[in-house]
Ligand binder design. Structure first.
Ligand code: CTP
Ligand code: MG
Length: 237
């Protein structure tokens, strides 16, 4: 790997949190003394191996400037959100291209994932050495999984090969841009970044992470995240 290759965070934060259903998008709710999004941004801005990050914000979004300690931070760029997460990430890549090179690694991480452990991020960065495609944090599935047709089981899917895809997901800027443009040209709305790269026929690496790297989706996830952060204070990394 060239010594000049750098790592950047890209935090999509332009969602409205429909399933959470609060009056404020979930990434701006308070969690352990700061907004949810600041936990996500801190993981990158405070990591010595990360050059900076871009946050992708909703177009009408005044909350970021109001509540985030990172608003105006010199290492944090902003980009405007898009209709779906994949469009927001694509916009973030354009903003990042002001500072980053096509060969630089971009680590895309949901604003709604506040419990990323430093040790897991370190392991993902480590996995990128000599990695030709890219890598994502993931957790092996613990439950038995069924496929359903009309509310009845049609098939039990062997779980040994199944993983939950988490974030960060890391790809070189140029490859991720090409992958997202390709998916869009096929009218496909991908729900994670790896899916776009997979559509190009490539196979990203899975890096197992702690299961507490949850995405806050529904109201019950917020107290769960608070609990995990408390636990992490006691047993870091
Ligand atoms: N996101 C984004 N742009 C969008 C949609 C989502 O940047 N157009 C971001 C969200 O802010 C979040 C991450 O992508 O940090 C994961 O999305 P999700 O959990 O689905 O968040 P929301 O879209 O806000 O929630 P919901 O789907 O319930 O509305
Ligand atoms: Mg969504």
């Amino acid at each position: 790997m060239s010594p000049h290759v750098r790592h950047w965070g890209l935090i999509p934060a332009a969602g409205v949190g429909r399933r959470f259903g609060a009056t404020v998008p979930k990434q701006y709710l308070a969690l352990a003394g700061r907004p949810v999004i600041d936990h996500a941004v801190a993981a990158f801005v405070e990591h010595p191996g990360v050059a900076g990050c871009v946050v992708v914000l909703g177009r009408e979004d005044g909350w970021w400037a109001d509540v985030s300690a990172y608003a105006g931070h010199p290492d944090v760029l902003r980009a405007p959100g898009g209709a779906e997460r994949c469009h927001s990430v694509r916009n973030g890549l354009d903003a990042l291209a002001q500072r980053a090179a096509d060969d630089d690694w971009v680590l895309v991480h949901d604003a709604a994932r506040p419990c990323l452990r430093r040790g897991d991020l370190d392991r993902l960065l480590e996995a990128l050495h000599d990695e030709p495609v890219g890598a994502l944090l993931a957790v092996p599935i613990a439950d038995t999984v069924k496929r359903a047709v009309d509310g009845q089981v049609s098939e039990t899917i062997p779980r040994s090969a199944l993983w939950r895809a988490y974030t960060p997901q890391a790809f070189r800027l140029g490859l991720l841009r090409r992958a997202l443009d390709h998916a869009e040209s096929q009218d496909l709305v991908v729900t994670d970044d790896a899916s776009a790269v997979e559509l190009l026929g490539m196979r990203p690496a899975l890096v197992e992470c702690s299961a507490d790297n949850i995405k806050i989706t529904r109201p019950e996830d917020l107290p769960l995240a608070a609990f995990f952060l408390e636990q992490q204070q006691e047993t870091p990394c």
